[in-house]
Design a protein around this ligand. Structure first.
Ligand code: UDP
Ligand code: MG
Length: 314
């Protein structure tokens, strides 16, 4: 029997493009020697996305399944919901706006070849239309991540095919804030990279707000390294040495010279130590916040409803 391929598509306010995307996807999948299953995860959309999904699911004869979150939980949560619900021998994860070209899925399936290669990851050859600032910040983020974790994720995307073995490995991870593309690399299975150009696709502004992106970047860097905590310790030592030297110098000035300009030193020291302490507390705080988040053990998402076919199954 042909292998079953699950296509996982997170959708947040995508009513304008979702139907077209599924159509294109279907026409690509029809040419492949696979059975298919398409999972559409509505990440708490506020527009008509869920209606569209229900319609598409109803017309698909069970091939398309919809999952609706009770609110916006973020793309990573949507991906994980898809992974948890999918039955495929492999899963393809892709964006709803066709910036991840559906045509590439055929190549991915070929490389996967029934499980010979566990991960086929789409790597951005060009980044499409992005502002200079965004491009720069992406570079800083990936540079930082590589420095601290040794993982090179430049050009990486969430567009990838993963084998059932990897899906199962990912599902054992209980992180509240998973960083999908890094975790799939972290599992350590064989990977093949497949270059793609970010297509113009359905032109619409990004669904990520600036705040979301910054939080995403900070979270993911701290998820993969404890180095910032160690930097604080090292800095503490350096500044301690520095202040001992200053201390001796100040004493020397006091006893052997007429020192009345010592106030400068005091003020400087106060400022420096004060700022270092605050800085370290900030870093500690960010880790504690993460621990707090993980310890709470909340689910990554809450499902409000499923499309009809699935509800009947259950
Ligand atoms: N997305 C999501 N939840 C969010 C934001 C985005 O599920 O909170 C989905 C969105 O529907 C799309 C994918 O994630 O399928 C990528 O979003 P977008 O194209 O806006 O991001 P960008 O192209 O800027 O990476
Ligand atoms: Mg996009």
């Amino acid at each position: 029997m042909n292998p079953l391929l699950s296509v996982i598509i997170p959708a947040y306010n995508e009513e304008t493009v979702i139907a077209d995307t599924i159509q294109v996807m279907n026409s690509v999948l029809e040419k492949l020697n696979v059975r298919r299953e398409i999972l559409l995860i509505d990440d708490g959309s506020t527009d008509g996305t869920w209606n569209r999904i229900q319609k598409i699911a109803a017309q698909s004869g069970g091939e398309v399944k919809g999952i609706r979150f009770s609110r916006n939980f973020g793309k990573e949560s949507a991906i994980f919901a898809g992974l948890a619900q999918c039955q495929g021998d492999a899963a393809v994860i892709m964006d709803c706006d066709r910036q991840h070209p559906p045509e590439k899925v055929a190549e991915m399936v070929q490389i996967w070849n029934g499980g010979k290669i566990a991960v086929v990851e789409g790597v951005k050859r060009s980044r499409g239309k992005e502002s200079f600032v965004y491009r720069f910040l992406a570079k800083v983020f990936y540079g930082l991540l590589k420095m601290v974790s040794g993982m090179d994720l430049r050009g990486s995307s969430d567009f990838m095919l993963i084998d059932r073995t990897v899906i199962d490995a990912l599902l054992t991870m209980s992180e509240r804030r998973p960083f999908f593309r890094a975790l799939s690399q972290w599992t350590g299975f064989d990977r093949v990279q497949l270059e793609f150009d970010v297509a113009g696709g359905a032109d619409r502004p990004s669904k990520w707000s600036k705040r979301q992106l910054i939080r995403y970047a900070l979270n993911n860097v701290t998820s993969f390294t404890n180095i910032p905590m160690h930097i604080v310790t090292v800095m503490g030592v350096i500044f301690f040495v520095f202040s001992v030297v200053l201390f001796i110098q100040t004493l020397y000035m006091k006893f052997f010279q007429n020192a009345d300009n010592g106030f400068t030193t005091v003020i400087l020291l106060l400022l420096i130590t004060g700022s270092i302490i605050m800085f370290s507390m900030g870093i500690l705080g960010s880790y504690i916040a993460k621990i707090y988040d993980e310890v709470k053990g909340r689910p990554r998402y809450v499902i409000r409803e499923l499309t009809a076919e699935q509800t009947e199954e259950k």
